[in-house]
Write a protein that binds this ligand. Structure first.
Ligand code: FES
Length: 119
């Protein structure tokens, strides 16, 4: 019998209750369950950065984060939430752009690069 984990998370400032199997990757929860398709699935192995989100203030590659490793009440920022009033504090930070860091996935370049925020 397959087990599922139910957790409360906040994404872009909004609360969600998510139920998923422990081995579900966070990128699939963000895209398929929450419908936030701005987070892209590129390599699926933590190499390209297309799936990057900010999780509790740290840049994470969501394609290699299993649901059972996501903390309860985590705060996640996706590309859709960037610049919203909830995260307006980020707008004052310097945003770095690394054009050479994701050469294989040009259509997803902006997601990981824009979220690559320096503090
Ligand atoms: S899709 Fe996650 S690093 Fe490439």
């Amino acid at each position: 019998m397959k087990q599922y984990l139910r957790k409360s998370i906040r994404v872009n400032g909004y609360p969600h209750h998510v139920v998923a199997s422990p081995d579900t990757m966070l990128v699939n929860i963000i895209r398929k369950q929450l419908g936030l398709t701005g987070t892209k699935l590129g390599c699926g192995s933590g190499q390209c950065g297309a799936c990057e989100v900010i999780m509790n203030g740290k840049l994470m590659r969501s394609c290699i984060v299993r649901w059972d490793r996501v903390p309860e009440d985590v705060e996640i920022l996706t590309i859709e939430g960037l610049g919203t009033p909830v995260y307006s504090g980020l707008s004052g930070r310097r945003i770095r752009y690394y054009p050479d860091s994701i050469p294989a996935y040009p259509d997803t370049l902006s997601v990981g690069s824009i979220l690559n925020v320096s503090s």
